[in-house]
Design a protein around this ligand. Structure first.
Ligand SMILES: Cc1cc2nc3c(=O)[nH]c(=O)nc-3n(C[C@H](O)[C@H](O)[C@H](O)COP(=O)(O)OP(=O)(O)OC[C@H]3O[C@@H](n4cnc5c(N)ncnc54)[C@H](O)[C@@H]3O)c2cc1C
Length: 292
């Protein structure tokens, strides 16, 4: 039986991102079953709309004008987790941290580094999320994807190019689930590592503020935050967007910032760092929608 997806119009996206900025999605749906997802994809194809897959919105800057197509967020069917003795098959809509915590409880190691990353598994695969010199590609085995024509495919690691905060898939589509290899370890030891990593984050990062994590990638041989700090840019503001005084590679929405403010601040940082050091910063966050 095919389930008709509920597709809403003009849905504000700001509240669905960690930066809390951005305009509405022209169309928005939470796809809770395969068949609803397929119908949503068909809907976009029929109307010739671009599709954006939204995880937790923790690595994106949505334009103040919003997204002129269909935004798809994965619901219940894609939030299931199945552990095995040496791995996990998880829906792409599951929060990475939930996965790491559940794995730790079962004495399965391999995801401790992800503590404090607020995204979903799908977002983590797409951005090759990482920390503590590790990333999702290390544990990754395979994924199931629905292409924008509604066809399901399984892709193994050999078919995917993982790079620094980048994942090149041979097919554009919606990642539905992924299988990760984990290994057995003492549950308490795993949990101890996780809390140590989280303590490190609390010291270094402005947690509790509206941010999107690191704004720029670390250029080869440099640390972006250090470059920005050395250029004296901590605390720099454009309206309500501010370079964190705690971690220079984080931009905080101090309340009521617009995407344009954040983008202007990013451009200022880029320019200053380039003029002072000759190093060109590349955004780690993805711009979604149309910007000037
Ligand atoms: C406080 C904070 C700390 C952070 N720390 C880190 C860190 O240490 N390391 C790190 O790597 N990142 C970090 N991030 C950034 C972010 O959390 C990660 O990039 C995360 O993996 C993004 O997941 P998401 O679900 O939020 O994706 P989104 O931001 O919603 O989307 C990111 C990209 O993934 C795509 N995508 C999402 N889901 C799917 C899917 N199911 N199928 C296909 N494409 C999909 C989107 O279309 C988009 O292109 C941090 C962010 C914050 C706010």
């Amino acid at each position: 039986m095919s389930v008709k997806p509920v597709i809403e119009k003009n849905v504000p996206l700001a509240g669905l991102t960690t930066w809390k900025v951005g305009g509405p999605a022209k169309y928005f749906t939470i796809a809770s079953t395969y068949s609803a997802l397929k119908s949503a994809v068909d809907f976009a194809a029929k109307k010739n709309l671009p599709i954006f897959v939204l995880g937790k919105g923790s690595n994106i800057l949505v334009s103040d004008r919003g997204f002129p197509g269909l935004v798809i967020h994965l619901g219940a069917e894609f939030q299931k987790i199945k552990f095995t003795h040496n791995g996990v098959v998880s829906g792409a809509g599951v929060r990475l941290y939930t996965l790491a915590r559940e794995a730790a409880r079962r004495g399965l190691s391999g995801l401790e580094w992800s503590v404090g990353i607020p995204g979903t598994l799908g977002g983590a695969v797409k951005t090759n999320a990482g920390a503590q010199s590790k990333n999702i590609s290390i544990t990754f085995k395979k994924l199931t994807i629905m292409d924008f024509g509604g066809k399901l495919e399984v892709l193994n690691k050999k078919q995917i190019v993982f790079d620094y905060r980048k994942c090149i898939l041979p097919i554009q589509g919606i990642i539905l689930e992924a299988e990760l290899a984990l290994f057995e370890d003492n549950s308490e030891k795993i949990q101890k590592r996780m809390s140590e990593y989280f303590d490190e984050r609390k010291i270094k990062q402005p947690l509790g503020y509206a941010t999107a994590g690191s704004v720029f990638k670390n250029p080869e041989g440099y640390v972006a935050g250090k470059l920005i700090e050395e250029c004296g840019l901590k605390g720099l503001k454009v309206n309500k967007a501010q370079v964190s005084t705690k971690h220079a590679n984080f931009i905080i929405n101090t309340g009521g910032a617009r995407a344009d403010d954040i983008l202007k601040l990013m451009n200022k940082i880029k320019l200053e760092v380039y003029e002072k050091t000759g190093v060109l910063l590349e955004p780690e966050v993805e711009l979604v929608g149309d910007f000037d």
